[in-house]
Design a protein around this ligand. Structure first.
Ligand SMILES: [Zn+2]
Length: 232
């Protein structure tokens, strides 16, 4: 190639080469995966936000006499332990649906020793003596937190009575109720109450056939206490 030809061809070649490089660069950059999308190999940056909802409240439900004895008995063979258990199952289900942590406990459950919860209610039914009707609730006579437990008792009287239509039968509260063994087992800070949900004879229709209502009454009492909406 002569000197003259080189001077004429080389600029053209350089221009062509430049175009090719430009095209290649365009293809390269536009066909690359977006650098912004994180590859699966990248560790995502953890972002911690404070939980907007507090930890769920815990409720203990003692199914009276469960795994221990039959409790009171009617002439037809109906046992208190069975009534209590059927209602306890309903109470636990309702509380869980409302977002509470719930423990279903037996009468002498090993978990009761030092048990910590926001509320504990032991469910019992009264004797099968005919001619008496009503419910009652009680806390420990030597309560560590009398004001708190009195509020739970008051809530149960108010709400259980309202939902079930049953009247209180307070004058039949026995020293047994106030000295109930569970009160001495749970942690002193756990508000614990026993409720006799009705008499097995005259309140049989409610206790045996409207157990959903009974469970709703118990849950309404517990919620009233936990929500703190019920001043004494
Ligand atoms: Zn009982």
């Amino acid at each position: 190639m002569g000197e003259r030809a080189r001077r004429e061809i080389l600029p053209g070649l350089a221009a062509a080469l430049g175009l090719i490089l430009l095209a290649a660069a365009l293809v390269f950059f536009t066909s690359r995966p977006r650098a912004l999308s994180p590859s699966p190999m990248e560790t995502p940056i953890a972002t911690h936000y404070p939980s907007p909802t507090p930890a769920p409240l815990r409720v203990g439900i003692v199914s009276g006499h469960w795994k221990y004895d039959g409790g009171a008995m009617c002439p037809d063979g109906t046992l208190e332990v069975d009534i209590n258990y059927q209602i306890a199952i309903g109470v636990v289900k309702l509380l869980k649906e409302k977002g509470y942590e719930v423990d279903l406990l037996a009468e002498f459950d090993p978990l009761l020793e030092g048990y910590e919860a926001d509320a504990l209610v032991s469910l019992h039914s009264d004797s099968c003596i005919p001619g008496v009707s009503g419910f009652k609730a009680a806390r420990a006579w030597n309560s560590f937190i009398p004001e708190v437990e009195d509020r739970l008792v008051a809530c149960l009287y108010e709400e259980y009575g309202r939902v079930t239509g049953l009247h209180p039968h307070q004058w039949s509260i026995t020293p047994d109720m106030h000295g109930y063994h569970v009160f001495g087992e749970v942690a002193p800070e756990t508000p614990a109450v026993i409720i006799e949900m009705g008499f097995m004879a005259d309140d049989a229709e409610l206790l045996g056939h409207r157990q959903d209502t009974v469970a709703q009454g118990v849950v309404a009492g517990i919620e009233c206490f936990l929500e703190g909406s019920k001043p004494l």
